[in-house]
Ligand binder design. Structure first.
Ligand code: NAD
Ligand code: GLY
Length: 360
């Protein structure tokens, strides 16, 4: 089993990655859940496949377990669903010693985490990610949020989980499209901070695509290690270090917002966003074209979209202007300088528009 520590003093916790770990939770959660009232929050799709087994496991180690589910999909990451979660929490008698367990992808993790962050001014929660994206990214680091019509993740809190438990065998039921979405975030780690990992992905793309469990488990643990390093160094995205995890996300979130969260899944929008960031970096003279080509090739290898889907540059830039990272009227972008390294750049709206018009 891989155990990765997220070093955050009194908020430190461990990420456990192991095939089949969901069948032996008492090993890792017994002390944390002893006597606790637990509410599993999940979506209707994940509930059908994994909730029964999880409840049976949790019942062995906690005092009471209930399940609340909501319709799967980004459209559910909104205030109405949050209110339903609070009501389920109250209905099931959760108090300050109780624990919310987020079982599912990033949507479940983000909204259940936000419910935990705010109910009774904050109760504990555990992340049990079941998508690749959630295993390598969203379950780690304590960012919780809901979307507004005006933009992604505009309301949220930093609230660290008490543990993260990733069982790669759950990926066998995940649709290919969702695996690919997770791979967009995996590629991101290579580009932002680890060229050797990027090369590993290039060399092993065949095995990754065929869901070789050994390789996938390695990749999940590696990405968690890289993210844990970043989060430990800049928990609340203050020094700029954590912002590097947003490579492709300023473009990506804007694409999701303009297309009303319906056309692209998050990982796909991030893939297009990384491609745009790489091309923009080349245009600015920051990165060699060959590096940008390798990024495009790897994203394509994982069947990810890389083209602007015809969004008008003005609309995209207007959505990008709402990004939380911006300040002083400039759009902050994470741009690669080579594979394994990025810089944070204040971009001028006009340069960005010119670039997007050329690539339209
Ligand atoms: P998701 O949660 O919508 O899951 C994708 C789909 O897969 C859903 O339909 C879900 O029901 C289904 N699913 C989940 N696990 C399954 C399994 N094992 N088998 C079969 N189906 C399964 O999407 P996602 O891609 O996991 O997460 C995207 C969200 O994560 C976005 O809202 C994004 O903003 C957020 N995010 C947050 C962070 C963070 O740091 N908090 C980081 C990255 C992304
Ligand atoms: N996914 C970006 C972050 O966790 O900071």
């Amino acid at each position: 089993m891989s155990e990765i520590k997220v070093e955050l003093k009194e908020r430190a916790y461990t990420i456990f990655v192991e095939k089949g770990i969901l069948g032996k939770l008492d090993n890792v959660l017994e002390k944390k859940l002893k006597g606790a009232n637990v509410l599993v929050v999940t979506d209707d799709c994940v509930k059908k496949i994994y909730a029964e087994k999880l409840v049976a496991e949790l019942a062995k180690i906690s005092s009471q377990v209930a399940v609340f589910d909501f319709p799967a999909g980004e459209e559910s990451k909104k205030i109405g669903t949050l209110e339903m979660i609070y009501r389920a929490v109250v209905r099931n008698g959760l108090d300050r010693k109780s624990v919310i367990v987020a079982l599912g992808g990033g949507v479940v993790g983000d909204i259940a985490g936000f419910a935990a962050a705010t109910y009774m001014r904050g109760i504990s929660y555990i992340q049990i990610p079941t998508t690749l994206l959630a295993m390598v990214d969203s379950s780690v680091g304590g960012k919780t949020a809901i979307d507004l019509t005006e933009g992604k993740n505009l309301v949220g809190a930093f609230w660290q989980p008490m543990a993260v438990i990733a069982d790669p065998t759950t990926l066998s039921s995940l649709p290919h499209r969702e695996i690919n979405c997770g791979l967009a975030e995996v590629v991101k780690y290579g580009v932002i901070m680890d060229n050797i990992f990027f090369e590993f992905l290039e060399k092993n793309s065949g095995k990754i695509k065929s869901l070789d469990m050994h390789i996938l488990t390695y990749i999940i643990a590696k990405c968690c290690e890289l993210k844990a390093q970043v989060v430990s160094g800049d928990e609340r995205e203050e020094s700029g270090l954590r912002a590097i995890l947003n490579l492709g996300h300023t473009f990506g979130h804007a694409i999701e917002t303009v297309t009303e969260f319906g056309k692209f899944h998050h990982g796909e929008a991030v893939s297009i966003g990384m491609e745009m960031a790489a091309k923009f970096a080349v245009l600015q003279g920051m990165m060699k074209e060959d590096d940008a080509k390798r990024i495009t090739a790897l994203l394509r290898e994982f069947s990810l979209p890389v083209e602007n889907p015809g969004i008008e540059p003005e609309k995209l830039v207007s959505a990008m202007k709402k990004d939380k990272k911006n300040s002083g009227g400039k759009i902050k972008l994470i741009l690669p300088s080579k594979i394994g390294s990025v810089s944070i750049v204040d971009s001028d709206e006009k340069h960005l528009l010119d670039f997007l018009r050329k690539n339209d």
